[in-house]
Write a protein that binds this ligand. Structure first.
Ligand SMILES: Cc1cc2nc3c(=O)[nH]c(=O)nc-3n(C[C@H](O)[C@H](O)[C@H](O)COP(=O)(O)OP(=O)(O)OC[C@H]3O[C@@H](n4cnc5c(N)ncnc54)[C@H](O)[C@@H]3O)c2cc1C
Length: 437
């Protein structure tokens, strides 16, 4: 939470800004009044969710609108398919809100701290070659545009705007509610184990195609991939959750607390990082369990880091990862954080990183106390060569001119922006860079 006069910072501590003032609207009407007031005084206004974006996408350039009081489930339709939430609802609250309807989100990313509006606005995704990102699960939204109008968009109303406003980078208006297409609640069976990196890369297309949700982590300076294969279970299948003690040991102690210590050590004495990484890939990732989908998809992340993630045509992923490995092996860098590889189905959203192509994601991370720039920029060059698209909520150095080439509907999106926010009320330096002023 940020108060007026305070500095706003993002989770990864890669961005900060000093908002002119902070407002916490409780209703759609209050959002509308805040937008009209900002427009009247010519001050930009920015909705902020959980501030979990690593890029400057959420950095307020004027008024900061915190939506932590605009949360909760508004409605579930009669067919129990569509659930409408206030835009500031955190993903972590959604399983509880949907429980009485027997519903769940179709897919989720690695954590659930984000707000629903923030997650869809940046193209947040999980993994699974047949499953699309969170924004592709959006069936409708209500937003307050830059002219102060409350606009509803769904399959029947202003439908032509849906592929833009469902993943709008926060540039088209302030979302006040979001309707999500849900699925019957389901369990996932998780198998996590260390495997040889080369054999995983050699068999990648089959592994990805045969699994519901396949991903892996590669710890630099090792030859090991920690694979995670999650299978959607039929209803009524036996549940074998991790015991609370095992979950705490794996997810809190080893993955976070011990990891914080080892990253700190690696940062102070870079030469020990390869040894520490070999230890990390032995300590983590060797378990099988079955649990409710949200408890398997998401984990807690308390060790702060910086991240860049690129979306590639899925068939390019193995070669791209081999190039990243070669880069690290020959660079002399000590990289303590793993590289994460995930997949997603193609979708039709104009600025989705998976727009119109089967997609694989490669994410690189660097411990918060280390400077990520040299590593990330070198990896970005590899990804650009392969037609990569950067995650909007993670660090990258692309601008509007180069992104236009990556997105066939880029100019259509900008035309919608001209219509919904003609005076650029929702602008900030990041949006000026990636969409143009
Ligand atoms: C530890 C960690 C793990 C992560 N894991 C994943 C992952 O597994 N997969 C993945 O794809 N990403 C992941 N991310 C990135 C994260 O999901 C995105 O950056 C997401 O946008 C963060 O949501 P937020 O609520 O914090 O949004 P913020 O960062 O606060 O805002 C992001 C954008 O949304 C806009 N916005 C927020 N609320 C509204 C609103 N009501 N109306 C209009 N615009 C709005 C903001 O203005 C801004 O443009 C992770 C990030 C962290 C820190």
């Amino acid at each position: 939470m940020t108060a007026t006069g305070e500095t706003w910072r993002n989770w990864g501590r890669t961005e900060k800004a000093k908002p002119i003032r902070v407002e916490r609207p409780r209703t759609a009407g209050a959002v509308q009044r805040a937008v009209v007031a900002a427009a009247g005084s010519g001050i930009p206004i920015k909705a902020v969710g959980a501030s979990h974006s690593f890029s400057g996408i959420a950095a307020p350039a004027g008024v900061l609108l915190e939506l932590d009081d605009l949360t909760g489930l508004i409605d579930v339709d009669e067919r129990h398919e569509l659930a409408t939430f206030s835009a500031g609802t955190r993903l972590r609250d959604i399983p509880r809100l949907l429980a009485r309807y027997g519903l769940a989100m179709e897919n989720l990313g690695d954590i659930d701290s984000q707000s629903l509006a923030g997650a869809i606005s940046t193209g947040t995704h999980g993994t699974g070659a047949s499953f699309r990102g969170l924004a592709a699960q959006v069936a409708g939204v209500t937003l307050v545009t830059g002219t102060g109008e409350q606009l509803h968009v769904d399959a029947d109303t202003n439908a032509e705007l849906l592929p833009a406003v469902a993943l709008g980078l926060g540039s088209l208006g302030i979302l006040v509610d979001v309707t999500v297409r849900c699925v019957p609640a389901f369990d996932l069976a998780a198998v996590e184990k260390p495997e040889s990196l080369e054999s995983v890369l050699d068999s990648l297309p089959q592994r990805v195609a045969e699994s519901d949700h396949f991903e892996f982590y590669w710890f630099p300076h090792t030859e090991t991939a920690l694979t995670k294969t999650n299978t959607r279970m039929p209803s009524g299948a036996a549940r074998r959750p991790l015991s609370p003690v095992r979950r705490w040991l794996d997810d809190t102690l080893v993955s976070n607390r011990l990891y914080e210590v080892t990253c700190g050590l690696g940062s102070a004495v870079p030469a020990i990082t390869p040894t520490v990484n070999r230890l990390a890939d032995k300590l983590t990732g060797n378990r099988e369990f079955t649990d409710a989908s949200h408890r398997v998809f998401t984990t807690k992340r308390t060790v702060r880091f910086a991240e860049m993630e690129y979306a590639l045509p899925a068939e390019q992923v193995a070669d791209a990862l081999r190039e990243v490995k070669k880069l690290i092996d020959t660079s002399g860098w000590s990289i303590s954080f793993p590289v994460e590889v995930r997949f997603a189905a193609s979708d039709d959203l104009w600025l989705s990183t998976a727009s119109r192509r089967e997609t694989g994601y490669i994410a690189v991370h660097r411990y918060a106390r280390e400077n990520p720039t040299g590593y990330f920029r070198a990896v970005e060059a590899i990804m650009r060569d392969k037609g990569g698209r950067p995650h909007w909520g993670k660090m990258h150095w692309r601008d509007a001119e180069s992104l236009r080439e990556s997105y066939p509907r880029f100019d259509d999106f900008v035309a919608i922006r001209d219509r919904l926010d003609p005076s650029r009320l929702f602008r900030n330096p990041y949006l000026d860079r990636v969409l143009g002023a």
